[in-house]
Write a protein that binds this ligand. Sequence first.
Ligand SMILES: Cc1cc2nc3c(=O)[nH]c(=O)nc-3n(C[C@H](O)[C@H](O)[C@H](O)COP(=O)(O)OP(=O)(O)OC[C@H]3O[C@@H](n4cnc5c(N)ncnc54)[C@H](O)[C@@H]3O)c2cc1C
Length: 497
Amino acid sequence: MTDVDVIIVGAGPTGLMLAAELRLAGVRPLVLERRPEQGTTPKAHGLSGQILDLLGYRGLLDRVRGLATDPVPPHRFPFGGVHVDLTRFDEPPLKALSVRQQLLERLLEEHALELGAKVRRGHEVIGLSQDGAAVTARVRGPEGEYEITAPYLVGCDGGRSPVRTLAGIGFPGTTYPEVNRIGQVKIPDGLTVHDNGDIETPGLGRIKAGYTRTDNGVFALGSLTPGIVFIQTTEEDLGEVDDDMPMTLTELGDSIRRVLGGDVPLGEPVRLSRYQFSSRQAERYREGRVLLAGDAAHLLPSTGTAINVGMSDSVNLAWKLAAEIQGRAPEGLLDSYHTERHAAGARALLQSQAQVALRRGHDEAAEALRTVFQELLGDEQPARRLAEHLAGTDLRHPMPGSGHALAGTFVPDLALETDQGATSVGELLRQARPVLLDLADRPELRALAQGLVDVQVAKAEDRPADVLLIRPDGYVAWAGDTDTDGLREALATWFGA
Ligand SMILES: Cc1cc2nc3c(=O)[nH]c(=O)nc-3n(C[C@H](O)[C@H](O)[C@H](O)COP(=O)(O)OP(=O)(O)OC[C@H]3O[C@@H](n4cnc5c(N)ncnc54)[C@H](O)[C@@H]3O)c2cc1C
């Protein structure tokens, strides 16, 4: 055995978040990442959804906000060729920030290292075996191959997850044939940009802002930043995209020529990327001592929400895995990771696949569908409902022992008054410890929780319940007033009373 409790394969947002959360829970993770340096191919440009609230609770949100390329949150969130207008809400039901994935990963790695996690880059997992007591990974490192053993291993190794394959876990679903190529380029000589966003080229004439559909694909044109044009092509390519192959300006130019039948002058690139959509979900998130999280567990066929789902997997898994390793987990706790997060992944796939259906058609009927959908989103209730679905805030986990409306939902950040001064729910969750929050001085309920979870007595304006039992991942495990049996059941389910 080594001094490692959990081997995490992959230093993307999911693996790095998991490493930090495991450290908060008091276990020793080791991250193995095959790339010697952080990847340079641009991927996500946005972080959205409930994970932003969780990052706030962990005291990281200001650091993440500091990375945003645009201090103003996006006004519109794309949804399958239409959009949700977020400006209509005082408190947007879907939070989003324009943060580059590379910067986010750097911050998450810094945070994990500050907490004492270990990260080895240039170490690729090439084999796996497990028995009833431990998992052994075979690793190819800079100094040759070696083996490392730990009680658990988590594959956070992306959509093609070697861990998933080595563990024999199926990944059913569809890979769509369209390949999308994105370029944000400076406006060069020979390209005129009109006030309404249309462009004019010497060969092709005027091309309208928005979507131009041809027999060979779709050309999308927009402008987010002055002096920069945003271009995206969508073509049906054969074969799968290799994420490791850097995208080039020549590749974008060739694709534009195939779609539009002529050249669009392209200036210096600010960002180039390429992606292909798949809609897949791992059959199970756990096989013995091997678990999956993030893209290794689910691939969504739309942009903007995948990191939220992956990092939320990590937050759900870490405290359960730590309890298991520390020998204090009640029966079934670790399996609840699959139950809760597989359901969350399926829900994310639902909105994401709906986007595929909405954006795919190029005929008049498909245009009509998009127009009607956009009209519906003009009303507040459908816009809110969809925004909550995209954010993952409409999730409700079944919670034994409580029928209260808050049970199973993500806890709101209540302002609290305590004997020690003002605080908030977010601050209570900073160290990812479970807490019984007594808002109505109920000593008989506090007594049940003493020694199992932190106990905090406080006052809150408009208290949503007398007492809340909050899990480290921010979900309300129990809410109520005098029902000692219910609280006892909840404590036994999650904390092994
Ligand atoms: C162009 C593009 C735009 C996107 N835009 C957005 C967006 O705006 N918002 C959003 O939320 N999502 C977006 N996504 C999706 C987002 O990038 C992924 O969901 C996210 O990277 C998944 O994180 P992860 O940590 O689960 O996996 P990954 O980021 O894929 O990380 C997996 C890591 O595992 C490593 N690895 C693989 N195999 C091994 C091995 N055998 N041994 C050791 N290490 C290994 C890899 O090198 C990699 O570093 C976009 C993706 C693309 C391609």
